[in-house]
Design a protein around this ligand. Structure first.
Ligand SMILES: Nc1ncnc2c1ncn2[C@@H]1O[C@H](COP(=O)(O)OP(=O)(O)OP(=O)(O)O)[C@@H](O)[C@H]1O
Ligand code: SF4
Ligand SMILES: [Mg+2]
Length: 330
């Protein structure tokens, strides 16, 4: 790393998160390495089941059973997250690293009012008085565009629309001013106009709060619009990563190429926001018995016999641009 490069906020090295199911071991995250620098948004993109959510859950150590982190390291600033005791990890969650889930129901507890549950987090994590906590909650609700926050704090999550709930979930994530926000498909369940508003809001808040973000999405338009760097995942592995502009202009991995060439033309911001991850011919490989060699070979136009045997390592293309294909890179 050059002297002038910023120290990463988060460094994941060779992370492996496996699911030990009755039918076998599903290698959901299989040797993922990535960094997130201060203030940047890293977009993670890939088809369903490629391991995006489990990568985020691994960072927060909330992988559900029968899943388990079996190898690798996750460093946040100077702290090795995988070495923390559960009580210490709990202090990290929400405070330094917060998550916005695809389904706001995961972020919000249905049995408490908005004011109560958000205030409680501040009282617990920040040791705030009840009154100071309520003031901050109201302030944040206003920031995320909720009118009449004094009324909203008395309401229960079910009394709010989907878009409103996701705004509250964003406010919840920002409560303790985290350095890193993990946003997992934060707008997937919302209609297009609301999606656009929420994305604008997230972008604006990210700049205002100076935080870093990992944005997980199926949506190439959202990635293009929001990310500084991109990591493309396929079947539990990274197949390409680099600066967003470089990946869009000069994709190296055949999978990234396929994703981009199948993407509708992005001529307007509105269009960009609706271009879902395109369908690539072929089926997503099973993680229980992935194809040998390069996992993409059954769907790859360039596949050779070698691809069926040899697993491609992640190689540097140039600078920060990496690709895992036998015939691309260095
Ligand atoms: N509860 C579970 N039990 C068994 N296996 C699981 C479980 N949750 C996830 N997995 C395995 O981990 C893989 C990756 O899941 P993950 O949720 O990370 O995918 P994803 O990329 O987020 O997909 P999506 O875009 O659909 O959200 C799944 O394909 C599955 O094999
Ligand atoms: S290693 Fe072979 S199968 Fe894999 S992406 Fe490259 S050319 Fe395609
Ligand atoms: Mg997911």
């Amino acid at each position: 790393m050059p002297e002038s490069a910023p120290k990463p906020l988060l460094t994941i090295d060779n992370l492996k998160t496996y699911f030990f199911t009755d039918t076998g071991v599903a290698k959901a995250v299989d040797g993922v390495s990535l960094v997130v620098n201060p203030g940047e948004t890293l977009g993670i993109v890939g088809e369903s089941g490629s391991g995006k959510t489990m990568t985020a859950y691994s960072i927060l150590r909330i992988v559900p059973r029968p899943g388990r982190i079996v190898a690798g390291s996750i460093r946040f600033r100077e702290t090795d997250l995988l070495a923390l005791r559960e009580a210490e990890m709990n202090r990290f969650r929400g405070r330094h690293i917060a998550m916005i889930f695809q389904n706001p129901a995961f972020s919000l507890n249905p049995v408490y009012t908005i004011g109560h549950q958000l205030g409680e987090i501040l009282q617990q994590h920040e040791g705030m008085s009840k009154r100071a906590a309520q003031e901050r909650v109201t302030h944040l609700l206003k920031l995320v565009g909720i009118n009449e926050p004094q009324t909203r704090v008395k309401q229960y999550p079910h009394e709010l629309s989907g878009g409103m709930k996701q705004r509250v979930a964003i406010a919840r994530a920002l409560l303790c001013n985290p350095a890193l926000v993990l946003a997992d498909e934060p707008t997937t369940n919302l209609d297009v106009t609301i999606q656009a508003q929420i994305l604008d809001l997230m972008q604006q808040l990210k700049e205002q709060f100076g935080m870093s973000m990992i944005l997980i999405t199926h949506d190439m338009g959202v990635v293009a619009q929001m990310s500084d760097r991109i990591t493309v995942m396929y079947s539990g592995k990274i197949c390409e990563s680099g600066e967003a502009q470089t990946i869009f202009d000069h994709p190296q991995h055949p999978y990234t190429e396929a994703l981009l060439s199948a993407m509708p033309r992005v001529d307007s911001p509105q269009h960009a926001r609706t271009s879902r991850l395109p369908v690539i011919p072929g089926t997503i490989p099973s993680l229980l018995s992935p194809p040998a060699g390069c996992r993409f070979h059954p769907r790859c136009h360039y596949a050779t016999e070698e691809c069926q045997q040899k697993e491609p390592p992640l190689k540097r293309v140039a600078g920060d641009h990496y690709v895992a294909c036998l015939y691309r890179g260095e």
